[in-house]
Write a protein that binds this ligand. Sequence first.
Ligand code: PAF
Length: 305
Amino acid sequence: MKIAIIGAGALGSLFGGLLVRSGEEVHLFDPIAKEHIAAINAAGLVIEEAGEMIRVAVRATTSIEEVGQAELVALFVKAPQTEAAIRGALPAIGPSTLVLSLQNGLGLEELMEKYLPKSRLLRGVTAQGSTLLGPGRVRHAGRGPTWLGPLGQVGRERLEGIVRAFNRARIETYLELDIARLVWKKLLINAGINALTAIFGVPNGKLVEDPELNAIMRGALAEAVEVARAQGLEFRLPEVVAEVEEVCRLTAANLSSMLQDVRRGSETEIDYINGAVVRLGEERGLPTPLNRLLVRLVKEGGKPR
Ligand code: PAF
């Protein structure tokens, strides 16, 4: 299958490398990560996994014109870059190309629908973990399931073909038709973990070890669960808390993607995570003071006073 990966960050590079290794035709496109792309073209992409180094020959480019039309375009950019990424990827999107987003955050579907009909759009979430080690090198930091499904009417055969291709690449993947619930479930995990770890500069595990941080996390999740309910999605708070705490334990030593963004000085996904909870809460007249505070602290916390 011809797959164009848009965004050669940690996760995009990992998926690209794994899919090439299992025989797919992958084109990794990133107009900004010039050094990383040059390193991949010079010596391949190195994936470090459990102490082993795997080198794969991925086609990488900073020019979308070199990609040509793909069967699948997969977006791996940060949420705030979604719209620019779709616009930039248009030359690779032909009349039957499907576009998949495995990004964090809520509200990306609407951005995708500005450019393509639902019948060409797929959404998903992934629990794969990856860290960019340097130009041309990523670490496969954790394995976890990936789910994807269609936003509109997409032929079952094509969906299953993509799921099979991912599984062949040893990316454990399932077809999920209730995508809205899945995206919210991942949102709750990110809303509980990312902002707090970024504000306090702590690894994920700290949110179960530190009773004060844990209480704030629970409070933010309680607000988010109410907003989800108002959107027609029922989640039970104790189950959500248990699940988020389980992710904290499983990824105890990991630095969340938002903490990594803050440390790099990059734009964070806060507007699409806790910010989305605040926005949707406002629309429904639901107060979300803790999520609002988390958004402000992520945005303003580091500024000199
Ligand atoms: O964004 C992240 O960092 C990850 O989605 C998660 C699950 C919170 C683990 O760090």
